[in-house]
Design a protein around this ligand. Sequence first.
Ligand SMILES: [Zn+2]
Length: 104
Amino acid sequence: MARLDELLGPFDTLQYCPHGPDGGCDCRKPAPGMVKAACAELDVDPSRCVVVGDIGADVDAAAAAGAAGIMVPTPVTRKPEVDAAPHVAPTLTAAVDDVLGGTW
Ligand SMILES: [Zn+2]
């Protein structure tokens, strides 16, 4: 986590799921646990949060937590997941612009 924060941060919160897909935990996306934990750490209501991700599980986790989701597809994002996303932006910068501009 320190290395991640050093390379890409600083972050106000970092969440990760250490469990496998069969772990049955509440933190592995599309479960809402990581979104809820981040909101709790930041003391913000999920309804006031936006989760930006590149796979369907990201936006599904957002919805399960009560947050909004924006998909920014990458070359590995599957088309059906893009088609099912509530909002799609071409880049992270565009996603931020959409949020700040209220166009999402
Ligand atoms: Zn987990």
